[in-house]
Design a protein around this ligand. Structure first.
Ligand code: SF4
Length: 301
């Protein structure tokens, strides 16, 4: 490859990387705005696991803080769970270089999990529960009123399918919630970001990734199945995951079956025609907003 070609390739790569950074900032900013995640005067504890998503979250929040018309503080927190071979120097070195306040919390949850969970069983749920309790306490000690987690769009979709396929519930992962101890606001500013983008961003930025399987736990089999299903969809029917994600924020309770959510039992006729009302007997058009494919007519079985 001659010099001119190499320069053109480098320009193209630089342009694409810049676009990716802009897209991440736009999507994170949009989620923060849509859900009013961060307000003036907030102190946000950013949970940093050493994985690609939490590195991306911290990086983008730091950019947005510089540009935001409001003032908020960020503090990065890592919980060192004392997994064997955890490279404990990596995060402090990275965070010192960034010049951001940080706290490393040392708690040997690894031994607790190993003691309580029989060999061969998945340890992630107990591990996350222990981690959650510790992080709430640390947030209190650091005076943080918000806790930011790095979950992204694909995590939310996977959780939605897991709950539906294996738990019989229409339930995803909220972008904003009050913690189960009632004291903290937990936010997921990466809720609109695709995992593929955080993967690429991690490569571009050269984040010093620390794997989450140092404890020897295998990825949950059901989650693996869901991931594979979504990967296949992305290949064979692009746009489907986008549509399903968009459906999560366009819920029509009157057309589902939850009697708590919609008052079916007390539903009354009022005799007033509504031109925008429901059509009981005709075929309904099904529009597909995310892909722009247009209108599909549902077929009767
Ligand atoms: S992989 Fe290990 S460290 Fe990560 S959540 Fe599961 S049990 Fe915890």
């Amino acid at each position: 490859m001659n010099a001119a070609v190499m320069e053109a390739v480098a320009d193209k790569v630089g342009y694409e990387n810049n676009k990716l950074h802009k897209r991440l900032c736009r999507l994170v900013g949009q989620a923060i705005g849509d859900f009013n995640m961060i307000e003036d005067g907030d102190k946000v504890m950013v949970c940093l696991s050493g994985g690609k998503d939490s590195y991306a979250l911290l990086d983008i929040l730091m950019t947005l803080r510089e540009r935001a018309p409001i003032k908020f503080d960020l503090i990065a927190v890592n919980l060192d769970q004392k997994q064997p071979n955890f490279p404990e120097h990596i995060l402090p070195a990275y965070l010192e270089k960034l010049g951001i306040p940080f706290h490393i919390e040392n708690q040997d949850t690894y031994s607790i999990v190993k003691r309580l969970i029989p060999e061969g069983k998945t340890t992630c749920s107990l591990c996350s529960r222990l981690r959650r309790g510790i992080l709430y306490r640390v947030a209190d000690e650091l005076g943080c009123n918000k806790i930011a987690l790095g979950h992204h769009r694909d995590d939310i979709l996977e959780t939605f399918f897991l709950n539906m396929f294996f738990g019989g519930k229409l339930k995803g992962m909220p972008a904003k919630l009050v913690s189960d101890d009632g004291k903290h606001m937990v936010i997921r500013p990466m809720a609109y970001v695709k995992e593929a983008d955080t993967m690429r961003y991690a490569e571009v930025k050269g984040f010093p990734i620390i794997p989450c399987d140092l404890c020897g736990s295998q990825e949950n089999l059901q989650r693996k199945q869901i991931k594979n299903m979504m990967r296949e969809w992305d290949k064979k029917t692009p746009g489907r995951c986008e549509n399903i994600f968009s459906a999560l924020s366009t819920v029509v309770p009157s057309h589902l079956m939850d009697r708590e959510m919609f008052g079916f039992t007390n539903l009354k006729t009022d005799g007033i025609a509504n031109p925008l009302g429901d059509i009981a007997f005709d075929e309904e058009p099904c529009s597909t907003p995310a892909t722009g494919i247009g209108t599909i007519t549902l077929q009767r079985e």
